[in-house]
Design a protein around this ligand. Structure first.
Ligand SMILES: Cc1cc2nc3c(=O)[nH]c(=O)nc-3n(C[C@H](O)[C@H](O)[C@H](O)COP(=O)(O)OP(=O)(O)OC[C@H]3O[C@@H](n4cnc5c(N)ncnc54)[C@H](O)[C@@H]3O)c2cc1C
Length: 180
């Protein structure tokens, strides 16, 4: 029988990066939030072992169990979507923290140009540079507007590095890419 719990203003289903960040921001704003996570909680102690390749790399211990609940996938618009029974490179996280628990930590910042490809191309080379029918657009948001959030995420995710490894890092700020 269902066990009714006290009502709260916000319930978030899934505690990965997205759900976790939203929950944290709402809580900081004084809003009571409950996060529901289908997978288990893991702590540092769970990793005190010799790397278990069978468990993690072959049996995908940290990913959604496709034998219990799968997703459907199609390669073209007209193809029939079929259930995925085995994983390819697209892996779905499971457990508190979601895929962020085992991601690679590569968080490259986009460049100002990436957000304003159209207007910056026109400014520099003229409207004639864009071929007729080419559907490029600016994002509607600029690098400068997003920069505080890049900074905030890097601090949240504990990403470290040298400021001169990134051309857009604000001066005096250590931001970075960590990766392989
Ligand atoms: C191996 C790997 C490496 C990666 N490396 C990078 C990288 O280097 N850089 C980068 O930017 N991105 C990387 N990514 C992608 C990045 O990790 C994901 O895009 C990000 O973690 C997604 O966050 P999310 O909160 O949207 O979803 P998820 O992390 O998938 O979180 C969703 C959560 O919801 C839970 N959930 C789902 N359904 C339910 C339900 N019905 N009830 C309750 N809970 C539910 C799941 O268990 C999961 O915890 C990587 C991903 C993988 C798999």
């Amino acid at each position: 029988m269902a066990n009714p719990l006290p009502k709260v203003p916000v319930v978030i289903v899934g505690m990965g990066w997205a759900g976790g960040i939203i929950a944290a921001e709402l809580a900081k704003a004084g809003i009571k939030v409950v996060g529901l996570e289908r997978g288990k909680k893991r702590s540092t102690e769970d990793y005190f072992m010799v790397h278990d390749e069978l468990r993690y790399a072959q049996r995908y211990e940290m990913m959604q169990d496709l034998s219990k609940e799968t997703i459907t996938f199609r390669n073209t618009e007209k193809a029939r979507a079929l259930p995925m029974r085995t994983y390819g490179s697209f892996l779905i996280g499971d457990g508190l923290g979601g895929a962020g628990v085992h991601w690679n930590g590569q968080t490259y910042r986009f460049l100002p140009y990436d957000f304003q490809i159209k207007s910056m191309t026109v400014d520099r080379y003229g409207a004639g540079k864009i071929p007729e029918g080419m559907q490029i657009q600016d994002w509607g948001i600029t690098y400068d507007e997003l920069e505080p959030y890049f900074d905030k995420f890097e601090k949240t995710a504990g990403i470290s590095g040298e400021k001169d490894t990134h051309p857009n890092a604000p001066s005096g700020q250590a931001t970075i890419r960590r990766g392989r």
